[in-house]
Design a protein around this ligand. Structure first.
Ligand SMILES: NC(=O)c1ccc[n+]([C@@H]2O[C@H](COP(=O)([O-])OP(=O)(O)OC[C@H]3O[C@@H](n4cnc5c(N)ncnc54)[C@H](OP(=O)(O)O)[C@@H]3O)[C@@H](O)[C@H]2O)c1
Length: 268
């Protein structure tokens, strides 16, 4: 039986707990009391326990999952003392393993990045560093991808943002169809199905570069090529790249800035 403590019962950790309870085997979950409504709902739906305070969560757990927002992390770290035989997994964006180790005072700290699809066990599960226990715990939530450095993990975080952006792309494409008077549910079905086609075929041709797969469809004189040219004229691809760059820069800047701040505070 794995004893999992959750510090920060929020939108993401709630979905992770629901996915884990469905598919992770023997698991006892202990939750911090803040985010009370979510915690009580999870206690009712999944048999998790709401603990009186954060230290009680830590004391009951083998593995501690941290799911607060980045700005809330320093305050949380001051509220708990972890044991050296415990493992901490953080889903907090932009906080490196070294920062986690310093904040929580233990060596076995790791990072994980997931999406809301954790709730249905279909999320990307990016993990750094490699750790058999962490991988075994989170693997039931979806596609496990183990990263090799904090920088690779920040790139996985940019990729997790792409997941959010895709919904807006789906919205725009659906609404173009709706504006042309296609009923909403058929527009939704067509857009989703078209994306599913693309993903399924790309997975089927798993050694082919995406660009080759696209070019094989957008051959000269096709309607696909005609639309692709218009996307190029509007710098659509450059816009996606710019969005990735701005998030990546922010993640790297945040890590460096906080590292310097904390070091300065420790020196005082
Ligand atoms: N949401 C996503 O799609 C997503 C995806 C990937 C990664 N992440 C990362 O996951 C983290 C959580 O995001 P979220 O959207 O799930 O946030 P959220 O919904 O705001 O959840 C954070 C929870 O932590 C609680 N909390 C704050 N300080 C606490 C403390 N000292 N002790 C115990 N609980 C405390 C908050 O309670 P109060 O409401 O009382 O403040 C809230 O219930 C973020 O760091 C984010 O970077 C999120």
């Amino acid at each position: 039986m794995i004893k999992l403590g959750i510090l920060g019962v929020g939108d993401l950790t709630e979905k992770m707990v629901r996915g884990l309870q469905r598919d992770a085997g023997e698991l006892d979950v202990f939750m911090s009391p803040r985010g009370r409504e979510k915690a009580l709902t999870l206690a009712r739906d999944c048999g998790c326990r709401v603990m009186p305070d954060n230290q009680a969560v830590v004391d009951a757990a083998d593995i501690v999952l941290v799911g607060v927002r980045p700005a809330q992390l320093p305050e949380l770290a001051k509220q708990v003392t972890l044991r050296h035989d415990q493992t901490l997994i953080s889903v907090v964006s932009g906080v490196s393993v070294a920062e986690l180790q310093r904040l929580f005072g233990i060596d076995r700290c790791g990072r994980a990045m997931l999406s809301y699809a954790a709730e249905i066990n279909r999320s990307t599960v990016a993990v750094y560093p490699a750790d058999r226990g962490v991988e075994a715990l989170l693997h039931p939530l979806g596609n496990l991808i183990v990263l090799a450095s904090d920088t690779e993990f920040e790139l996985a975080t940019v990729s997790a943002c792409m997941n959010g952006w895709f919904y807006f792309l789906l919205h725009d494409l659906q609404h173009w169809l709706i504006e042309k008077e296609l009923p909403s549910e058929r527009a939704r079905a067509l857009v989703l199905s078209s994306l599913e086609d693309c993903l399924a075929y790309a997975r089927h041709c798993d050694t082919s570069p995406f660009l080759d797969l696209g070019r094989a469809i957008a051959t000269p004189g096709t309607f696909t090529e005609q639309g692709l040219e218009m996307l190029g004229l509007h710098h659509a691809n450059a816009a996606w790249g710019a969005a990735c760059e701005v998030v990546f820069d922010a993640l790297l800047t945040r890590s460096e800035r906080d590292f310097c701040l904390d070091t300065a505070e420790m020196a005082l």
